[in-house]
Design a protein around this ligand. Structure first.
Ligand code: DGY
Length: 331
């Protein structure tokens, strides 16, 4: 019997063709709807491999259900939706999609910073709403980006790619990370600082840290209070890294000047969410890596990782490095 693979969204046939040719494959029928939990559990129970999205909860219950499950390839670099320890205990390989999205996500993050600083969304709406009466000295005046200080929280590959873009704008680059990033320091002139100093000194605070137990609600009320009143906060990592009520209060009270948000505590964010009523908030629907090229690259990487594990080869991008093949998987 051929190994069985379940893919939790509708992906293009030409991208999943290598799997279709060798294995039995079923795809969830919608591109824009999450597979219901009961269906995911039922599929996991039968599957040798799952290709999941960041919207799927790959918890211990699901991993235990998958008696034949050998690999979960999660189509995201972030894997906070996956219980990594449980996967290792169960002998299931977890793979993610780093590298292929680094520059794309950095482009979007920097674009979001620029759009927020220069009030681009507000300005575009102003024109389309027919409100433009005349050129005027301070019409929709924003803040300079060049020669300012950017503070990057989470200096992994994407953080470093954002820092590289910042050098083109002659920015001073501060960063805070679990460990020092020597390459960013040497090649980009980035300076490591404490979280506290970064908050107090940066004009732009850019959050790119993964969501973990340690980073959940890292941006508290106190954190926003430490920022300059002119500061702009940008989040392109995960929503729960921020206390959203505290962010809202900071924006309304003028403790900070604006926010560019690609991610939210609950996604999709409701249209009536208070943050969306603020003109100093630019909100995007979690599209950091959303270019045709990057998303296709992420899909292909998932496909390659699944093929590798089911054919007894090491995967390209394994998350749980302590993985010991279980459930019939071999290396
Ligand atoms: C990721 O990969 O983790 C992004 O959030 C989605 O592309």
């Amino acid at each position: 019997m051929k190994p069985y693979i379940f893919i939790t969204r509708k992906l293009p046939n030409d991208v999943v063709r290598p799997l279709l040719e060798k294995f039995e494959v079923k795809m969830w029928m919608y591109e824009d709807q999450t597979v219901p939990r009961e269906i995911l559990l039922a599929e996991a129970a039968k599957a040798d491999a799952l290709l999941t999205m960041l919207t799927d909860k790959v918890d211990e219950a699901l991993l235990k259900t998958g008696k034949k499950l050998k690999v979960v390839a999660n189509m995201a670099v972030g894997y906070d939706n996956v219980d990594i320890q449980a996967a290792s205990r169960e002998g299931i390989a977890i793979c993610n999609t780093p590298d292929v999205l680094t520059d794309t996500t950095a482009d979007l993050t920097f674009a979001l910073l620029m759009a927020t600083a220069r009030r681009m969304v507000e300005a575009a709406e102003f024109v389309k709403d027919g409100k433009w009466q005349s050129w005027s000295p301070f019409l929709l005046a924003g803040q300079d980006i060049h020669h300012k200080t950017i503070g990057i929280v989470g200096m992994g590959k994407i953080g470093q790619a954002v820092a590289k873009r910042a050098t083109g704008f002659d920015m001073n680059i501060l960063y805070h990370n679990r460990s020092k990033n020597q390459e960013a320091e040497k090649e980009l002139g980035a300076i490591y600082t404490s979280f506290d100093k970064l908050l107090r000194s940066s004009d732009f605070i850019v959050c790119l840290t993964p969501l973990t137990k340690e980073t959940r609600h890292l941006f508290t009320r106190e954190a926003f209070r430490k920022m300059k009143p002119s500061a702009i906060f940008v989040n392109a990592s995960r929503g729960p890294v921020v206390d959203e009520q505290a962010l809202y209060d900071a924006l309304v009270s003028g403790e900070i000047a604006g926010a560019g948000l690609d991610v939210f505590d609950k996604e999709p964010i409701g249209q009536d969410h208070p943050l969306l009523k603020l003109s100093n908030v630019v909100a995007l629907p979690h599209i950091g890596s959303a270019t045709i090229e990057s998303r296709t690259g992420m899909m292909r990487l998932c496909v390659e990782n699944i093929e590798a594990i089911l054919e007894g080869r090491p995967p390209k991008t394994l998350v749980n490095k302590d993985w010991q093949p279980g459930r019939g998987a071999t290396l």
